[in-house]
Design a binder for this molecule. Structure first.
Ligand code: SF4
Length: 449
């Protein structure tokens, strides 16, 4: 195959995992578009299939391995189809071997050398040999300058930092994404100015723990609340600013003030609690207590009336007793979250938690998980019902059969119809909420702003 023939090719990227991975996939798409590749409808139609993987939970890994088994079968009929696997999974000990053993992978790369994907692909195309390049650390190069292809023209993520230094005892992120590194504020601001001038309305500042922005590898001279303030007051300013994720141990009064004082900083915070038991939180190495977490919730709600708070909760962490679980249920009822991502603990080799005594049997963890959902979902629905008959401002991002979908300032997912001649797509539209469902709201849109 000549280098020229790759210009006719198509690709399909499947993303597993978090918003960081979703944004990395946009960067991969940017590289491929730059090489003349075009997006395909689905992976069957694609000449190049890319899996951008996650290894936080075992089932995400199993899905990738299962899909690769299927792709190996497809490749027998279509030997020119290429398969690339990147992201967090190849960064784990032994994972490269497991992935190679599927017999389906042509290109293997990791989180630290994503920017080299174009070169790796060309090498595979030119030599016909399997290419595997997984860096163990960032090598001083982070990818802020890479030209991402942002499929959603109205909403976008911007990395402000990479990696994590927190070493929660269940988590592989510090290993697969490396130690904490903040981008320079001037680079972040330049990227955001480009996005705003390109018409992006809703920008999410991304990091594993944005609250510790600006400290490492050396101080940037700007902490996270100051960065948020700077970005919120740019000329022209982003219409909406969000951030993700906030570690409770580093949530400062200055950040709460910054959210309260800037109209364009969305009134929503994702604040993972993980457990309602201080004992389990200590085992998790989270460095806050149940009481400390609840006092943050109180401070946020006092300073920012109506703020939506969402969370993550892990059930079945090693050593979790029925009493610890009851503490989590109590916290859920007290905090009355607007949304919660609930997870069954997944044992990850190389983490401290994997070696801890008291691994919770699956049937007990499953039963607690169901009880947690039974507690969380009615509260989320009640929170949604509080929005009925109110007007929320929704950024219309998608349209299907005359129904528009988008996020409100408070992050609620809203489906709505809209009268008038002009399409509201890409606009922030006042929407009267008519009905709340557990995971979304229904409404009627007014004239676009
Ligand atoms: S803060 Fe904890 S859970 Fe989050 S990425 Fe870092 S180590 Fe993992």
């Amino acid at each position: 195959m000549t280098a020229e023939s790759i210009y006719q090719k198509t690709y399909f990227i499947t993303t597993f995992g978090c918003q960081m991975n979703a944004h990395d996939s946009e960067k991969l798409a940017g590289i491929l578009n730059g090489m003349g590749y075009r997006p395909a409808e689905d992976e069957h139609a694609a000449d190049l299939v890319v899996y951008n993987t996650c290894c936080i939970r075992e089932n995400a890994e199993n899905r990738v391995l299962g899909n690769l088994g299927y792709l190996k079968h497809i490749k027998k009929k279509h030997p020119n189809k290429l398969v690339a696997v990147g992201g967090c999974m190849p960064q784990q000990d032994g994972a490269a071997k497991r992935l190679a053993a599927t017999g389906a992978v042509d290109i293997l790369f990791g989180t630290f050398n994503l920017h080299r994907f174009g070169e790796l692909l060309e090498r595979r195309v030119v030599t016909g040999e399997t290419v595997s390049e997984v860096w163990e650390k960032p090598n001083g190069l982070d990818d802020g300058y890479m030209n991402a292809f942002r499929e959603n023209p109205y909403r976008s993520g911007v990395n402000i930092m990479y990696g994590c230094d927190n070493f929660c005892s269940y988590c592989v992120v510090p290993k697969v994404r490396g130690r904490e590194r903040s981008r320079r504020p001037e680079d972040i601001i330049a990227e955001i100015e480009t996005l705003v001038s390109g018409g992006v309305k809703d920008i999410t500042l991304l990091g594993q723990n944005v609250n510790s922005y600006g400290q490492k590898p050396e101080p940037t001279g700007v902490d996270f609340p100051s960065l948020l303030n700077l970005v919120a007051r740019l000329e022209p300013a982003p219409k909406r600013l969000r951030f993700m994720t906030s570690h409770p141990k580093d949530l400062s009064p200055a950040l709460i003030r910054t959210i309260a004082e800037n109209d364009n900083v969305c009134k929503h915070i994702h604040l993972p609690v993980q457990s309602g038991s201080s004992r389990v939180l200590e085992l998790m190495n989270r460095k806050y207590t149940r009481e400390g977490y609840m006092s943050l919730i109180t401070a946020l709600r006092e300073a920012i009336p109506g703020i939506a708070i969402t969370t993550d909760i892990i059930i079945g962490f090693p050593g979790e007793t029925e009493e610890d679980f009851a503490d989590t249920l109590r916290l859920v009822r007290e905090a009355r979250f607007n949304g919660a991502f609930t997870f069954l603990y997944s044992k990850r080799s190389g983490t401290k938690a994997a070696e801890m005594p008291g691994q919770v049997p699956k049937d007990i963890a499953n039963e607690r998980f169901q009880r947690l959902l039974d507690a969380v979902n009615p509260i989320v629905l009640e929170r949604g019902k509080e929005q009925e008959n109110r007007t929320l401002h929704v950024l219309a991002e998608k349209e299907e059969d005359g129904v528009f979908t988008g996020r409100a300032d408070n992050n609620a997912l809203v489906h709505f119809k809209c009268g008038g001649q002009e399409s509201p797509l890409g606009k922030i539209v006042p929407v009267k909420i008519t009905q709340a469902k557990t995971f979304f709201l229904l409404g009627e849109g007014e004239a676009a702003q």
